[in-house]
Design a protein around this ligand. Structure first.
Ligand SMILES: [Zn+2]
Ligand SMILES: [Zn+2]
Length: 371
């Protein structure tokens, strides 16, 4: 039995039901752009299949419509039809002089060869012009990662570029051997993934067992987490992806009377940090607290909206200025509080700091001048 990715490796399904395909059909060393649309109603027949091809191929096939329709009716699946279709085109191509100067392996055939080496099951998507390919890879914990490869028109004469969701820049060392450029790139990507596994394991535990306030949309490149430690207070950690079990940089956010205790305790217990233990366990031990658990609390209890604009996010910033009055503890965006204080008749300004009153409790509050 014929398999579609063997008969036409450059034909890419456009939908999950595999009713629409787009890409190229390669015959006698020439690639023709083609679009195929199967009728959504017909499950066992290709009778009503629609085939659109580029003008060179359309020109070659003039007068063959009837034969094509016959073949569609006789074939039980797309792969066997395309096999028939190719044998119909083949003699037409070789009889034409304009198609006979194909000594160089063409761009798409080269690419197809490389993708075959990697395996088509690793392809997440290919755009119709083959200028961008997304490849899937899994680390040993079965986390999915995607490598996006941008392919310049002049490839392989001009090198590929790529995008990867990794904590540090992906800088593959690719040997000169251009014939396996793409497959080497893929191996380098897999190798990189293995380097970060411990880092991702540690973050996965934090993400599962704590309320992460920032970043809102987590990705595999982020090295920062802002973790809720109590109402109105959080700790922001920055982890070194090369040494994820080292002590991270910590910044405490929240009313002074809450966070100063935790900050102080952590400063005094740093020698308890144990690289054998996870980030989650170490942080809890050193800070002397249990992080609020997503199992028994709601995130809204920890992500406080701004007391001035009533929003949580403003130009990508979250409210991280807090009133120090222990009975108030309102959160504000730096920019909101700055504008508010500047508008007060009683506002004073000294050494780059604005002095005024909290809009809620009217106790003194200060903010560093912006910009
Ligand atoms: Zn605000
Ligand atoms: Zn206040």
């Amino acid at each position: 039995m014929h398999r579609l990715n063997e008969v036409c490796p450059l034909l890419v399904p456009q939908d999950s039901r595999r009713k629409r395909f787009c890409g190229f059909i390669s015959v006698g060393g020439v690639e023709f752009r083609i679009r195929i649309e199967l009728s959504p109603e017909d499950t066992n027949s290709l009778k009503n299949t629609r085939i659109d091809c580029e003008w060179r191929l359309a020109h070659l096939l003039r007068g063959s419509q009837e034969i094509i329709q016959k073949k569609l009716e006789l074939c039980s699946n797309l792969a066997s039809f395309l096999q028939e279709f190719k044998s119909l085109i083949e003699p037409l191509v070789s009889s034409r002089r304009e198609f006979q100067k194909t000594t160089d392996m063409s761009f798409h055939a080269h690419l197809a060869g490389e993708i075959n080496k990697i395996g088509w099951d690793r392809v997440k998507s290919v755009d119709a012009s083959f200028s961008s390919i997304q490849l899937k890879a899994w680390d040993s914990r079965q986390r999915l990662h995607v490598l996006t490869v941008k392919i310049p028109k002049q490839y392989p004469a001009v090198a590929l570029s790529c995008l990867a969701d990794l904590p540090l820049a992906f800088e593959p060392h690719i040997p000169e051997d251009k014939d396996s450029y793409l497959s080497n790139l893929y191996s380098e990507f897999e190798y990189s993934l293995a380097q970060y596994e411990d880092f991702w394991d540690l973050f996965d535990e934090l993400d599962e067992k704590t309320w992460i306030i920032e970043p809102e949309h987590r990705n595999r490149s982020s090295t920062m987490r802002r973790i809720a430690i109590g109402t109105n207070s959080s700790v922001q950690i920055d982890v070194d992806p090369i040494n994820p079990r080292g002590i991270p940089e910590c910044r405490f956010l929240g009313p002074d009377h809450v966070v100063s205790q935790v900050r102080q305790r952590m400063g005094e217990t740093l020698e308890l940090w144990n690289a054998q233990l996870s980030l989650f366990t170490n942080l809890q031990t050193l800070m002397g607290i249990d992080f609020p658990s997503p199992q028994v609390t709601n995130k809204e209890d920890f992500s406080m909206d701004c007391g001035i604009c009533y929003a949580y996010r403003l130009d990508g910033k979250t409210p991280d200025k807090v009133c120090d009055n222990s009975r108030c503890g309102r959160f504000y965006h730096q920019a909101c509080l700055y504008e508010w204080l500047r508008g007060l008749a009683t506002c004073r300004q000294s050494f780059g700091t604005l002095f005024g009153e909290c809009p809620y409790c009217e106790q003194p509050i200060t903010i560093k001048m912006l910009g």
